[in-house]
Design a protein around this ligand. Structure first.
Ligand code: IMP
Ligand code: MG
Length: 175
């Protein structure tokens, strides 16, 4: 049995998304963005965020990075497994959208991948930040909420592919 404890309600999620959208509009409002979601975890946050932002979005892309599989701890170096076309990113203002930055390894691999395509700028927005476990120096430009060192599920985030559909966020402990 998995033990789930409520951590962030859907009301708090909506408030954080609104605040992030306003922050992004304030700092990037003049630009037309290429938004890149990191699959699968960011798909719900990305769809909420782009609908709350007023900043023009030129294109929405997805990238996939090898993940944790059936474990709550990260394994090895992440690999990009779904690529995007270089001409979409070249000279573009890019916004990378993450569900959660934990050790920082995944986001850092995505950042390096995008940078190699010569964009004009790259910003990172993450819905959750778990700074206690950071192994790679990486500070997201926009952070929704900071969470403690617990494994969380819901609002796009999974354990072994389950719980992504939950509208609120829970901590999960294996019994
Ligand atoms: P990192 O490479 O350790 O920063 O982990 C990044 C990825 O691992 C995130 O994009 C998530 O998909 C996944 N992840 C990290 N922590 C959690 C968690 O607490 N719950 C669910 N997924 C997580
Ligand atoms: Mg992810």
């Amino acid at each position: 049995m998995d033990q789930m404890t409520p951590l962030i309600s859907s009301t708090e999620i909506a408030r954080a998304v609104d605040r992030l959208a306003a922050e992004i509009d304030d700092s990037l409002g003049g630009t037309s963005l290429v938004v890149i979601g990191v699959l699968k975890g960011s798909f719900i946050f990305l769809s909420d965020l782009v609908r709350r932002m007023n900043t023009p979005v030129r294109s929405i892309e997805f990238i996939r990075v090898s993940s944790y599989e059936a474990s709550t701890v990260s394994s090895g170096k992440p690999k990009v497994t779904l690529e995007i076309k270089k001409d979409v990113v070249k000279d573009a203002d890019v916004l990378i959208v993450e569900d959660i930055v934990d050790t920082g390894a995944t986001t850092s691999a995505v950042f390096d991948y995008v940078e190699a395509f010569d964009p004009s700028s790259v910003k990172i927005v993450t819905f959750l930040n778990k700074p206690a476990r950071r192994r790679v120096t990486l500070q997201p430009d926009y952070v929704g909420l900071t969470v403690p060192d617990e494994f969380v599920v819901g609002y796009g985030m999974d354990f072994d592919q389950r719980y992504r559909d939950l509208p609120a966020i829970y901590t999960l402990r294996r019994q």
